[in-house]
Design a protein around this ligand. Structure first.
Ligand code: FAD
Ligand code: UDP
Length: 733
């Protein structure tokens, strides 16, 4: 469970409990020591079913909104929850079918219909045992069986001299015990008869009563019902038992069960007596330690035989079986299947898997640069194609320019300037959502003009504020801009684009100085693509981006990258420049996401990049500016913008951290500079790269493109798909 949490936040939306309060609400029960939170909906006890369903739907929406969860994975243990959750826009739906609940006593009539609907919508279905799998396998094309596993170390405590639970002391041995829910699945008549047949034994039942009351229990002096105990305390009960029982009734409710307690009992070193439950017989029936018995007389005899067993005779076979089971294994398999369900567009053609015996190099691929391009490719190659990846970065961290960290004050800041994630691509969100939850965030920017702060991009509010106007409709604003615009026939440069739209004055106010500072060039020297990124609006929409998806990774970019790169096939070499390992030929293939001209020793001349210096500060005040970013277009101000990070992250802190950006020529290459002569120089390098099939170039620096993060992710995923269909990664190549 903890490993799931490392990758995403887990909320257990539990079955509702009635309350005396007049309004529905959510009760939080965090699991100590983990980030898992159980959330218990509470509903006024007098509400009818329809009111309850509406309330549950509302509470679920509240939960998602409160935690900034968009496009969650919905994981259902019961179809009854599907009714009020099916409207949620989920990235994947998992139906983890643990029982044939419709066969249980008092099963609600709509359960079967809801289950059919859930199976129809599910991307992947898990069944908790073989019988259940056999019953359901025809109903879904992506259905898998996961019989119970066991935490051997937890239950093996009982074998290692643990003191038995205190309330067993009063009960004379031999002791034969059961733990689990006590309902119509337990054969109480069988229990009563065994207890009466052997008054010298203590029969001990641990667990809550469900759907039956204390009056339904047989009254026999040596049959004890102790009530529910915690999972943590179960080994202490097992430590005091001589035989473990599974006195299940053989009925509709038990036809498909696959009791988790079987391997738990065995891990505790206790022989088991069970009625003939199909999954127990099939999986464990051949073991000496597991006796199967049907009638009370057979069951009593089987208990006698179990008591006579010597642990040395049966434990080696049991331990051999247990060694092959682990929740980690179940986790890995489930995690892969859920991952595939999320990435619905997974390519069908896969890379040939290299067998390690045939590997001539230490790795299959060396990837240079742990930014978006390098990390996405590492993840895909490692997790989807079983390739061994060495990922190096000369910086001592992952995430490239998107790197964020907590500064000395504990405030999450972006070391290389503000990074706001925005995209129109569902596929890219879907992919990244495997590694992070999201915090919805819409970016707003103000520009400092004199002592005014006005919205940027230019909108109606900007015009009204700047010129003391009262333009009240889009049409009025459009007319105003038309009166100022200076139409240009052929738009080539960044200056043309703006003048054409808003005229020289607004161009000078907002673009000329800013661009000269940012690029060290006049807008007339830059490709039109640069300022075309910034629209002009006639309405009052003051968002910087209009993309359908705008959000920040809930725990930051670095955390997202760490999840992405957490794979056994990936070795990370941070603080390592490719130049220092290049000669070692560590892999037959290289993916290079650093500057392409550097890879080729600048042989055609250096490609120009624009750099930045950042001044980070922490201030002793809660708020510094009203929005995350304020631009300073005035050429006399040495920086271009100030960012206040708490706006981006939503962090609450009594101080605040900001950064100033000072553009400069020298330093880390942050921006390829879009202008025709640079494109021509890049083309020379790109042609050279074509002659080197052993290396590919990806990313903002590798392909010399002024790309946003989502575009780099898209480019990397597309590159991966192309690698899949090529044959140049064949075994031993
Ligand atoms: P990078 O993140 O640059 O990663 C390349 C990595 O390669 C670097 O870590 C580098 O150290 C490493 N490297 C290079 N050469 C070598 C070598 N020889 N050996 C070892 N390692 C090497 N995009 C948005 O979508 N939204 C934004 O708000 C946004 N804001 C930005 C703000 C700033 C100030 C900057 C500079 C960029 C911004 N971007 C934004 C763009 C975003 O940063 C890039 O699109 C993205 O980071 C590119 O990823 P990448 O993997 O191609 O490159
Ligand atoms: N720009 C400007 N004034 C502004 C904002 C942007 O002149 O107030 C120009 C500038 O040339 C900038 C370009 O528009 O480099 C693109 O801006 P964007 O915010 O998209 O750049 P980013 O910081 O995301 O690279």
């Amino acid at each position: 469970m903890q490993r799931f949490v490392g990758e995403r936040q887990v909320y257990f939306f539990e079955e509702y409990i009635p309350t005396d309060h007049h309004l529905p609400y959510l009760e939080y029960h965090p699991f100590a020591g983990t980030d898992v939170i159980a959330v218990r909906p509470r509903i006024p006890h007098w509400w009818d079913e329809a009111q309850r369903e509406t309330a549950l739907r509302g509470l679920l929406d509240t939960l998602l909104r409160l935690h900034g969860v968009s496009k969650p994975v919905l994981w259902f243990y019961s179809p009854m929850m599907f009714g009020f959750a099916k409207h949620v826009d989920a990235v994947a739906i998992v139906y983890d079918c643990m029982d044939e609940l419709a066969n249980f006593r008092f099963a609600p009539p709509q359960l079967k219909t809801l289950e059919a609907e859930l199976i129809d919508r599910a991307d992947v279905v898990f069944t908790g045992g073989e019988s259940l799998f056999a019953a359901k396998r025809g109903q879904h094309d992506n259905i898998h069986v996961f019989p119970s596993s066991v935490d051997v170390a937890h239950f093996a405590q009982a074998r290692k001299g643990m003191a038995p639970a205190g309330d067993l002391n009063a009960l004379p041995g031999p002791r034969l015990g059961f733990y689990g829910v006590i309902d119509e699945r337990i054969d109480l008549e069988l229990l009563e008869k065994v207890a009466r047949a052997r008054p010298d034994w203590s029969l001990i039942m641990v667990g809550p009563l469900a759907k039956i009351g204390p009056d339904d229990l047989p009254r026999v002096p040596n049959l004890h019902f102790l009530g529910q105990r915690n999972y943590a305390d179960l080994p202490a009960y097992l430590a005091g038992w001589d035989v473990a029982l599974m006195p299940f009734a053989i009925n509709e409710a038990t036809r498909f069960i696959s009791p988790t307690k079987t391997p738990e009992y065995l891990a505790a070193g206790i022989p088991v007596v069970s009625t003939p439950i199909a999954d127990v017989v099939a999986a464990y029936g051949a073991l000496d330690a597991v006796n199967i018995a049907r009638t009370p007389a057979e069951f009593t005899a089987a208990c006698e035989a179990a008591l006579a067993l010597k642990p040395g005779d049966w434990q080696p076979a049991v331990d051999g079986k247990l060694a092959a089971m682990s929740w980690d294994k179940t986790f890995d398999q489930m995690s892969r299947l859920v991952g595939e369900a999320i990435c619905g567009d997974r390519p069908v053609i896969r890379l040939p898997v290299m067998r390690s015996s045939k590997r001539r190099s230490a790795y299959d691929v060396v990837i240079v640069g742990a930014g978006f391009a390098g990390s996405v490719l590492s993840e895909r190659l490692a997790a989807d194609s079983d390739q061994r990846v060495l990922l190096c970065d000369r910086r001592n961290h992952v995430a490239g320019n998107a790197y964020d960290k907590h500064d000395a004050a504990g405030i999450l800041v972006h070391q290389y300037g503000p990074h706001i994630f925005h995209t129109n691509s569902d596929a890219i969100v879907t992919y990244l959502s495997r590694f992070t939850a999201w915090r919805p965030y819409e970016h707003r920017v103000l520009a400092a003009v004199g002592d005014k702060r006005v919205p940027m991009p230019i909108n109606r509010t900007t015009l009204n504020a700047l010129y003391s106007l009262d333009l009240s409709t889009d049409a009025e604003a459009e007319e105003f801009l038309r009166s100022r615009a200076e139409p240009i026939a052929e738009l080539r440069t960044s200056k043309d684009v703006v003048i054409n739209q808003v005229g020289a004055e607004l161009y000078r106010t907002f673009f000329e100085g800013y661009t000269r500072k940012q690029w060290g060039l006049d807008p007339s020297q830059l490709d039109k693509a640069v300022t075309s990124r910034i629209p002009t609006r006639c309405n009052e929409d003051d968002r910087y981006f209009l993309d359908t998806f705008q959000a920040m990774p809930l725990h930051g970019y670095t955390a997202m990258f760490e999840n992405m790169l957490d794979h056994d096939n990936i070795d990370l070499a941070l603080g390592v420049d490719y130049a220092d390992i290049r000669a070692e030929n560590l892999a037959p293939r290289t993916i290079y996401t650093g500057p392409i001209d550097e890879y080729f020793g600048h042989r055609f001349g250096a490609l120009p990049y624009r750099s930045l210096a950042f001044r980070h500060e922490t201030l002793d005040q809660r708020r510094f500016q009203p929005v995350a970013v304020v631009n300073y277009p005035d050429e006399a101000v040495p920086y271009t913008r100030i960012t206040e990070y708490k706006h981006l992250t939503g962090q609450v802190h009594r101080q605040t951290s900001i950064s100033y950006e000072f553009p400069q020529a020298d330093g880390d290459p942050y921006y390829p500079i879009p202008r025709p002569e640079n494109a021509a120089l890049y083309k020379q390098y790109a042609d050279l790269a074509d002659a080197h099939p052993e290396v590919s170039f990806v990313g903002r620096l590798g392909t010399y493109r002024y790309y946003n993060m989502d575009q780099v992710v898209g480019q990397a995923l597309a590159h991966y798909r192309r690698m899949n269909v090529s044959t140049d990664m064949a075994v031993g190549s």
